[in-house]
Design a binder for this molecule. Structure first.
Ligand SMILES: *[C@@H]1O[C@H](CO)[C@@H](O)[C@H](O)[C@H]1NC(C)=O
Ligand SMILES: *[C@@H]1O[C@H](CO)[C@@H](O)[C@H](O)[C@H]1NC(C)=O
Ligand SMILES: *[C@@H]1O[C@H](CO)[C@@H](O)[C@H](O)[C@H]1NC(C)=O
Length: 218
């Protein structure tokens, strides 16, 4: 047998890769997550279709500003598959972020989604950092939209005098969030001090200072 010009295995690899730029496509109309099931798959198992109702596709938790209860001055309220079980397998979700004056949504990534935000109120400085370490940044105002590409580190800060808020959309039912400072300095068990000291070119005492500043407040 002569081998084709492009090996089948390579085509298969491309087919698989081209499918990994967002959540996988659904194989049925709906697959409302059974969040109580102990069975783990890539996503959630579907609950019986005769037990599906409109409320599985509904959420009213983005109506009002979230109560900002942290020292960052910002609060993310997610509307993902954990809140809207009907989103399971559909590859989209939303969040609302509220910012007090001076509030920051600190540098973080979403490993599974591109994010696009629409400013509901106020104005924000936003930015993401490319893999070439170039900062792409600007100010966005009410009614304006900005995009944070999948997986890239990004942030928003409210340098205005009033509150600000955005509606954020994601091409994943559960984009995942990894906050850079917390991932490195508040992991459990901790990332070794000498790893962080070398990485940041600082002393281990400075590492410990940062760690204690980020430790969950008792
Ligand atoms: C239907 O859903 C409710 C809650 O969502 C659950 O308590 C109940 O066991 C389900 N019934 C069936 C037949 O799956
Ligand atoms: C802040 O509020 C959110 C819900 O609005 C809650 O999930 C979170 O645990 C709260 N954090 C603190 C530190 O109270
Ligand atoms: C900012 O938001 C807080 C919390 O929702 C609210 O108490 C306050 O009145 C708002 N300030 C302004 C200027 O709208």
């Amino acid at each position: 047998m002569t081998s084709p010009a492009v090996p089948l295995s390579l085509l298969l690899l491309f087919a698989i890769l081209s499918n990994t730029f967002a959540d996988p496509d659904p194989l049925q109309d709906t697959c409302v997550a059974d969040l109580s099931s102990g069975v783990t798959i890539n996503g959630f198992v579907c609950k019986p279709s005769n037990n599906v109702s409109a409320n599985d596709f509904f959420f009213d938790g983005l109506k009002n500003p979230g109560l900002i209860n942290n020292s960052l001055g910002s609060l993310v309220t997610a509307a993902n598959v954990l809140k809207i079980p009907g989103l399971n397998t559909l590859g989209v979700s939303l969040a609302r972020v509220d910012y007090a004056p001076g509030g920051v949504n600190p540098p973080h990534t979403h490993p599974r989604a591109t994010e696009i935000v629409f400013v509901l109120e106020g104005e924000l400085e936003v930015g993401f950092i490319t893999t070439a370490n170039i900062l792409i940044t600007r100010t966005i105002m009410v009614g304006e939209v900005f995009t944070f590409p999948k997986g890239l580190v990004h942030f928003q800060i409210n340098n205005g005098v009033g509150n600000a808020s955005v509606l954020a959309a994601f091409n994943s039912q559960l984009p995942g969030t990894q906050a850079i400072a917390l991932a490195l300095f508040a992991a459990s068990p901790p990332v070794p001090d000498n790893v962080l000291a070398k990485a940041f070119q600082i002393g281990t005492m400075e590492v410990d200072n940062i760690k204690s500043g980020l430790a969950p407040k008792k």
